[in-house]
Design a protein around this ligand. Structure first.
Ligand code: ANZ
Length: 922
């Protein structure tokens, strides 16, 4: 084989790997384990573009490297197969989403196999398969049967809680529960009927049904998560979204707030992602304080992080939804208040939080009394105070809080100053606070001390106490859709009951159309004869998209198991994911929910690690490189980029696949679309040059590059190396096919080290020279260090340098080429497998063992001397460091490049400074 026939080679080895199950990970092993995971994709109808494999290539390089290093590597792939697009398509066409999903997966698998990933395909999972979602449902059941005990700081069986209730009610219980949970005694409990007991337990269960205010999108017929709503309309389709109270399944993720926060300290994740999770969890340490209401028995509880500013309170603000609003509003203010409440209702929480410009609010007519200073202040309502945060009420301190300040300024309320320092109107104010002033017993204290003293005072007076607050909310766990996991619950007298474990999986029933019922029930309401025990209504909503992805890394460990989600011993061996690669868009969704479920499973003793993903890398997005043509307005004439300014033109996207090096293929353009058939062109230098812009890769911009095309044209090894060569993995970078030739040439050059022009294997068993060994060993060292720190682009250039050096040295020696082939194999697995076989090996290169670099070969053992004649540099000559002086002088005087400057004279002397210079004086 003389030519580097990549198509043939790649197909051959892909077949070999599949037939020999080369990348099968053994369930457990004496070898150390390494678990390299990619975020599994949703199989969309559009297939993969060249941006998708970027992270997969990186994790594949690491996986192959780790196998060479003697690890038992788990490197699986599967599909997050429930999802909206397949269902939308089903609504339009009546096609069952399972069918579309199946087709899309088939295409994904083909595309992935084309790139030569070392996935253990035997372990493929799909979240939409009953044998998978059986275990998603099973985990849901465990959550339903558990509560969170703050005293032991873990999840425990709800049955144990019931026994405590029977013995001593809930007064001693320190557990995560709904805010409105009443206190009850054992006697109360024992007198509750079944229904009351069930209702009470729902306030403690880690998954529960509750009335929740949600984003309801009537057009899509479902509830949307906050991040699926943009500017008041649905992100998909742009349909109106209403705030609506609905009965929903919820996940009590708030119980884990503190542990989710602390756990971030133990994992090697990008700092920005950790910071996003910290913000999402939003811990704040402060105090709650009761303000009494003039002429009323009720109290207003506020949450403040700045009790030190208590003497600066100039009014109190309630959220418009606050339960006391109606009751305290005076008749004179009622109409204005009601109108305001109505308007505020339709603004989302996010909008209210982020809109700092509009100041709006209404006075209720009522007054509150400051529990520490005794001052009487007005009570207002305003939508900058959120109902769902803290207590839904604030003590407003306009002298030291910017929101309160804007409000006071707008409505002409007093703005007292109680902390020494800058002016609130100055931006840098926040950090410049000094001592407390105008505040009675707090005067002269620093902010921190004053907070302590304030809390102590509040406790002493019995008007408040210290409180830690988290911004995070419990997560909605219902979708009013078909294509998701059924919730394994039925209702009896309005009370939810779990089905029995033996009855899992609860499979999706068949329905006639994927739409809500006439009465507005979710699509599952259409299922005929779908009742539990033939009489009880099942839950009709399904689980949200994140259910199946919150535990899937465990299923890969033991994907076929049908008596457990994974075997205990297997979990003990694989433990958790060593390397997780995926996009940063999952920062607070998937990555937070997964950590939550993982911690819950840990509490139950089901898994052995507190954190699921030890190291996380976010690959940067590969952007598209769009090409443009310029049509002269009102004509069918297109003008080349350099001349376009001479005409009135419109810029139009053109398919990047009919452009090469920014030159348009005119014939292809005419055939691209019917209206182009008679297009005319104004060329420059005989060519049509296209314009270029970097944009998101997307169908509508005609800049999508399909990896299959690249593989066809230049091979998967070229694609793999080129994607790595584009730049650091984490960086955003544009795709530019123009640069691919360089990488392809490199592989050809590497191939030529093995084969002569005539096509014969020319590898010899000669001893390598010091120079050859040095080239090899510095490459081994660099590549190893690079992979260990996930820097892949730098390795590619290292390989290029090495192959150039070996080509120059005309090195065809086995002792050099063999190890080089091994270290190149994680990057370019097909060509290296082929050459490995050509070198006479029977076994796959995958387990060949990573060569060890040796320091002794790396030390410099020669020196390149600048050689001068009468002080003028004339040549460069290289000598061994330990070469004797006589030998060096002899060689200098024999060198034509030097002697030609003697002009016939004899040299007078030779100045020789070891490892510096040689100068010949004539
Ligand atoms: C008085 C005060 C004085 C405050 C001051 C701040 C600065 P974080 O840190 O985000 O937890 N707050 C409390 N509940 C609120 C709600 N439901 N909606 C909007 N704002 C609310 O913020 C806590 C602070 O945000 C609290 O401390 C409260 O204002 C406000 F110089 O009380 B502060």
């Amino acid at each position: 084989m003389s030519e580097y026939n990549f198509n043939q080679i790649e197909k051959k080895w892909q077949r070999y790997w599949e037939e020999n199950q080369t990348f099968k990970a053994t369930a457990t092993s004496d070898k150390p384990k390494y678990y390299a995971l990619d975020m599994f994709p949703y199989p969309s109808g559009a297939g993969l573009h060249v941006g998708h494999p970027l992270g997969y290539i990186a994790s594949d390089i690491v996986s192959r490297y780790k196998r060479l290093k003697g690890f038992n590597v788990l490197h699986p792939m599967g599909f997050d197969a429930f999802g909206l697009p397949a269902e939308q398509y089903a609504i339009q066409t009546g096609q069952h989403p399972a069918i579309t999903t199946e087709q899309n997966i088939k295409r994904y698998v083909e595309q992935l196999k084309n790139i030569g990933f070392s996935f253990d395909w035997e372990r493929e999972i799909r979240t939409s398969e009953p044998n998978y979602y059986k275990w998603t449902q099973w985990i849901f059941m465990q959550l339903f049967n558990s509560y969170y005990n703050y005293s032991t700081d873990k999840a425990e069986p709800i049955d144990a809680l019931v026994r405590v209730f029977e013995l001593s009610g809930n007064e001693q219980v320190n557990a995560a529960c709904d805010e409105d949970t009443p206190a009850f005694s054992s006697e109360d409990w024992n007198n509750f009927n079944e229904q009351q007991k069930s209702e009470m337990l729902l306030k403690y269960r880690l998954t529960y049904v509750a009335e929740a205010v949600v984003n309801w999108c009537p057009a899509l017929g479902t509830v949307l998560a906050n991040d699926e709503v943009v500017g008041g309309v649905s992100e998909r389709g742009g349909y109106p979204v209403e705030r609506k109270k609905m009965r929903q399944w919820m996940m009590r993720i708030t119980a884990y707030a503190e542990r989710l926060l602390q756990g971030l300290e133990d994992i090697d994740w990008p700092e920005p992602i950790k910071e996003m999770q910290r913000n999402w969890i939003g811990k704040s340490v402060g105090a709650e304080l009761d303000f009494s209401i003039e002429n009323a028995a009720d109290k207003i509880k506020v949450f403040t992080t700045r009790i030190d500013t208590i003497f600066g309170v100039s009014f109190v603000v309630l959220a418009p939804e606050h339960e006391l609003v109606e009751q305290i509003t005076t008749d004179a203010q009622r109409a204005a208040v009601e109108e305001y409440v109505q308007v505020a209702k339709n603004r989302s929480e996010r909008e209210r939080m982020t809109d700092v410009k509009t100041v709006s609010g209404v006075f209720t007519g009522a007054y509150a009394v400051n529990p520490i200073s005794g001052d009487k202040v007005q009570i207002w309502i305003a939508d900058y105070v959120l109902a769902g945060y803290g207590t839904g009420a604030v003590m407003a301190v306009p002298g030291h809080d910017s929101r309160d300040y804007a409000f006071a300024k707008h409505f002409g309320l007093p703005i007292p100053q109680v902390v020494e320092g800058g002016n609130i109107e100055e931006e840098a104010y926040a950090g410049k606070e000094g001592k407390i002033i105008n505040s009675g017993f707090l005067n002269g204290l620093e902010v921190k001390e004053a907070i302590k003293a304030g809390i102590a005072k509040a406790e002493e007076l019995g008007v408040g106490k210290g409180r830690t607050q988290y911004r995070m909310r419990d997560a909605v766990f219902s979708r009013q859709r078909y294509w998701g996991e059924p919730v394994p619950v039925y209702f009896k007298d309005g009370v939810p009951h779990l089905i029995r474990e033996e009855e899992l999986p609860l499979e999706l029933p068949k329905i006639d159309a994927y739409l809500p019922t006439e009465t507005g029930e979710p699509p599952l309401g259409r299922a005929v004869d779908w009742k539990y025990d033939n009489q009880y209504e099942y839950e009709l909503s399904t689980m949200p998209g994140w259910a199946g992805s919150s535990w899937y890394w465990y299923r890969y460990m033991d994907p076929q198991n049908d008596s457990a989600f994974a075997d205990e011993d297997i979990i003990k061996y694989w433990r958790n994911v060593d390397l997780y690669i995926g996009g940063s868009e999952h920062a607070t969704g998937h990555l937070l929910y997964s950590r939550f479920w993982n911690k819950f499973m840990y509490d139950l003793g089901l898994v052995v690690e507190q954190e699921p993903f030890k190291k996380l890398i976010n690959q940067g997005m590969i952007q598209g490189r769009s090409n443009f043509v310029y049509r002269i307005n009102g004509t069918n004439k297109y003008v080349s980029f350099g001349l376009k300014d001479q005409y009135e033109t419109s810029q139009l996207h053109v398919d990047v696949n009919i452009v090469e090096n920014d030159v348009l293929d005119l014939e292809a353009f005419k055939n691209w679309r019917a209206e182009n058939a008679d297009a005319e062109f104004i060329l420059e230098d005989g060519k049509y040059i296209c314009g270029v812009e970097i944009e998101k890769m997307s169908k509508s911009k005609y800049n999508v590059v399909n990896p299959d095309d690249i593989v066809d044209r230049q091979g998967a090894d070229t694609l793999r190396m080129y994607e790595m060569f584009l730049g650091p993995l984490e960086q955003f970078k544009p795709w530019n096919t123009n640069g691919m030739d360089g990488v392809h040439k490199f592989l050809k050059k590497y191939w030529k080290l093995f084969f002569s022009k005539e096509g014969n294997l020319q590898v010899t068993d000669e001893q390598p020279t010091a120079e050859e060994l040095k080239s090899l060993h510095k490459t081994i060292k660099k590549v190893e260090e690079d992979i260990e720190r996930f820097s892949f682009n730098t390795s590619v250039s290292t390989f290029m340098i090495c192959v150039n050096e070996l080509t120059q040295l005309k090195c065809h020696k086995r002792a050099i080429l063999e190890p080089l082939t091994v270290i190149l194999s994680p990057y370019a697995p097909h060509i290296t497998e082929e050459l490995w076989e050509q070198l006479g090996h029977q076994e796959s290169i995958s387990y060949a063992g990573f060569p060890q670099w040796k320091e002794e070969y790396l030390v410099e053992n020669t020196f390149e001397y600048p050689v001068s004649v009468n002080g003028k540099m004339r040549a460069k000559l290289t000598f061994a460091l330990d070469a004797p002086r006589e030998e060096i002088e002899k060689a200098v005087l024999a060198e034509e490049q030097v002697t030609k400057f003697f002009e016939g004279k004899a040299p007078k002397k030779i100045v020789y400074v070891p490892n510096k210079i040689i100068n010949v004086v004539v």
